[in-house]
Design a protein around this ligand. Structure first.
Ligand code: BES
Ligand code: ZN
Length: 643
């Protein structure tokens, strides 16, 4: 047998070491994390104390405990209740932060046993440079009366909230206490609340019994109320928004949980709640355990964005129970989650819908890879990436781990003969790695272990190309295009009409040929496929005179700009920019829209489009809204715009 890249890259020991932490996590087990915060709304800081119950691994003899921090103030360290010296490095190592070392020599002589138990306690506070937390002024919320704060730790921002082994390889149960004058949620089940709301004497207490990594730690506090959306689920949001949020999710949440339980195994986290955040939340959703955080752009009134909930829920197994050991193997979190998400929605809406969603994903992947610079493509379009040498996981983020990862799993499923054949592997894999963190090598080994009798089939997969080559996957799976065909057909009609129109064809020329009836019976996913197909037709230059009028007509007939779905709006702006429809109809409305959405998926491409036609407007729009965006988003857009 010839040696493969896979064999060469395989580490001596799995799971592979995480290069995105400065800590010496590999020397310890964390048995329990106890964390307490006081929210200082005046100073906009969190004052905290974290206590780790640690044991030193048998094979290790660390001379200190080294933790990750980022822009934190550290006041005091103690071990086993005795104050002990600590060193916070003077120099920051971008983008990983600042090492915090607590020497152990004193304690090593005291503890004779090699299995030494250590209780490490640290007192600290966040600073104004915290990257994980956004503090909102009352005016930035829906109610406008109370301030608001929320965190977003994935991938490596937890270290700006508390000193930790900030790696998905370390997991521990957590006890969480938060003192805040406003209602507070966190990543565990609720144990108790202050007896009087508004009191700072008693904390909000949460317990996370399952071991979780630092990136899943989360808090939000503000004028937050809740309502039921299922037997084990609550929706949380600002009061004025609560009913709309409840309507959006109450029909699907429990159904999704039950379907997922059939595919994998019973839901282990007890409750599954969702918090709808203010508009600056930088992602669509974040799978914080017991409390998915989600963007308000999902609340469209038509339940058309519930796939995001299926996705975040699926993370309860893929990611939260079974975790990638480092961000180099992020596809194990997101590729698996896309696979489960599509199985969940497919089981409810049918196989054609699952395939349709996969077709959209394939297109997103193609677009994303096409838009990468050659260097980024080389570095970040393989499924397994190299994040050594101070790479920033936020820079590596793209649809690649999602869609290339999904397509690999989908291909495996198809090659084995369909999901009936593949299905028994799912509980096997999730049981084997339950509460653990793993790498791609362990994944592949487990697949071969389970399908011993089908080794020949698995050997047909070009693993090296899938894992390590840049660009699109080596194989495109067979998708059922039945739902997409109508979208392609209508798109072809528009392209033909624009191509065959007289040079001086006006808007009304096109309006005579099409009507809103064309979209009858379509779901909003189909609008997306239609718009993408029109936008990317290689046959036509939409900025030419007649085609540009065709796009104007298309907008006036179908009114995509006034859609309640940002997926639709963002695509409308893309084709409108491509057709150079001008400031009044497109660039100014696009700039205004960018001041209302904080989800990076829309903000970053939106600014990229705007910059193509009016860079000064893009820059002034960003400057105007800078404080509206979450720190992570602010950072990315400012880099995208070359500021
Ligand atoms: N875990 C991700 C969000 C994330 C990834 C945050 C990396 C920070 C770093 C979450 O589960 C996710 O994938 N959200 C998607 C929605 C989904 C339906 C694809 C999003 O935000 O768009
Ligand atoms: Zn995800």
């Amino acid at each position: 047998m010839s040696t493969t890249i896979f064999d060469i890259k395989r580490p001596i020991e799995s799971p592979e070491r995480d290069p995105s932490t400065l800590s010496n996590y590999y020397a310890f087990n964390v048995n329990l994390t106890d964390i307490e915060y006081h929210v200082d709304w005046e100073k906009k800081i969190l004052v905290g104390k974290v206590i780790y119950d640690l044991s030193i691994k048998e094979s290790s003899q660390p001379s200190s405990i080294i933790l990750d921090t980022s822009y934190l103030n550290v006041f005091k360290a103690s071990i086993n209740d005795e104050e002990t010296p600590f060193v916070l490095d003077e120099k920051r190592l971008e983008p990983l932060g600042t090492k915090l070392s607590i020497p152990l020599h004193k304690w090593r002589t005291k503890t004779s046993s090699t299995k030494a138990q250590l209780k490490l306690s640290l007192e600290f506070s966040t600073t104004e440079k915290v990257t994980a937390v956004q503090w909102l002024e009352p005016e930035q919320t829906a109610g406008k009366t109370a301030p608001y704060l929320f965190s977003q730790c994935e991938a490596i921002h937890a270290r700006s909230m508390y000193p930790c082994f900030d790696t998905p390889s370390v997991k521990s149960p957590m006890n969480i206490s938060i003192y805040s004058i406003y209602p507070t949620v966190s990543s565990g089940n609720v144990v108790s609340k202050p007896s009087k709301p508004g009191s700072e004497i008693e904390p909000y207490v949460f317990k996370q019994e399952l071991p979780i990594p630092s990136y899943l730690f989360a808090i939000a506090s503000g004028d937050i109320s809740n309502a039921p959306i299922g037997p084990r689920s609550l929706i949380y949001s600002e009061p004025s928004f609560l009913q709309a949020c409840q309507y959006e999710f109450e029909a699907d949440t429990e159904k999704f949980i039950e379907v997922a339980e059939k595919i994998v195994f019973p839901y282990e986290w007890k409750t599954y709640n969702v918090l709808i955040l203010p508009p600056s939340f930088p992602y669509g959703g974040m799978e914080n355990p017991n409390i998915t955080f989600a963007t308000p752009t999902l609340i469209s009134g038509d339940r058309q964005n519930v796939d995001v909930i299926a996705h975040e829920l699926a993370h309860s197994w893929s990611g939260n129970l079974v975790t990638n050991c480092s961000w180099e193997h992020f596809w194990l979190n997101e590729g698996w989650t896309m696979y489960l998400e599509r199985r969940i929605v497919g089981s409810i809406h049918g196989e054609a819908y699952r395939h349709f969603s996969a077709i959209i994903g394939w297109k997103d992947l193609q677009d994303d890879i096409d838009s990468m610079s050659p260097a980024t493509r080389e570095k970040y379009s393989p499924l397994v990436v190299d994040l050594s040498n101070l790479a920033d996981p936020d820079d590596a983020f793209s649809t690649v781990p999602y869609e290339k990862g999904f397509n690999l799993l989908f291909l495996i499923e198809q090659k084995l003969g369909g999901f009936k054949e593949f299905d028994p592997f799912i509980p096997f894999y999730f049981t084997k790695f339950r509460t653990q963190s793993l790498d791609t090598y362990q994944f592949k080994d487990t697949l071969y272990e389970f399908f011993k009798h089908k080794k020949d089939i698995l050997d047909e997969i070009d693993w090296d190309t899938w894992f390590y080559s840049p660009g699109m996957p080596p194989v495109k799976p067979d998708f059922d295009t039945s739902l997409a065909d109508a979208c392609y057909a209508l798109s072809a009609k528009w392209v033909d009409a624009a191509l065959n129109a007289p040079k001086n064809a006006t808007i009304s020329y096109f309006k005579e040929k099409f009507s809103v009836e064309n979209l009858k019976g379509w779901n909003s996913q189909q609008y997306l496929v239609f718009l993408d197909s029109v936008t990317d037709s290689p046959k036509i230059r939409w900025s030419d005179a007649a085609p540009s009028n065709a796009v104007k007509a298309l907008g006036e007939i179908y009114k995509f700009e006034s859609s309640s779905n940002p997926e639709v709006i963002s695509r409308w702006f893309k084709i409108a920019v491509k057709a150079r429809l001008g400031h009044e109809s497109t660039y100014n409305p696009l700039a205004n829209w960018l001041g209302t959405v904080g989800r990076m998926k829309f903000v970053r491409p939106g600014f990229r489009e705007l910059a193509k036609v009016d860079k000064p407007l893009a820059i002034s729009t960003f400057k105007k809204n800078e404080l509206f965006y979450h720190p992570i988003c602010r950072n990315m857009v400012s880099r995208d715009l070359g500021l």
